[in-house]
Design a protein around this ligand. Sequence first.
Ligand SMILES: [Ca+2]
Ligand SMILES: [Ca+2]
Length: 118
Amino acid sequence: MGKAVRALTILCQQTDDDDEDEIFMFCNGQRFWPNGSDGTIEATQGGTWGIYGPIVPFPPEGNVRFSLRDDESPLGSDSLGWVDVSVDEAVGEHQADFDGGGDDGLYTLTYFVGNSDF
Ligand SMILES: [Ca+2]
Ligand SMILES: [Ca+2]
């Protein structure tokens, strides 16, 4: 039986913009939260939001990537970084900071690694 991962919540420790970001998330390059099209969440420092996304099986190469972006309409969006979850992580709940955005925002993802029937 394969393992899988599910994004649970996201915590904003620091926004990228001055007061409020408009965040949305991808899983393995596919936009899925807060919906699959053009939705965003207005994120402010200290807030936590539920994701409770799909249960995503690990691919053969073993990583699932969650990527976070901040809408900057009409000028596109900023990368706020990504979290790579490895199939080797223990079953249970984990936290990781979105890394590599190169800007000021700091967000923490809580996710669950389980067997694919969790
Ligand atoms: Ca921004
Ligand atoms: Ca923004």
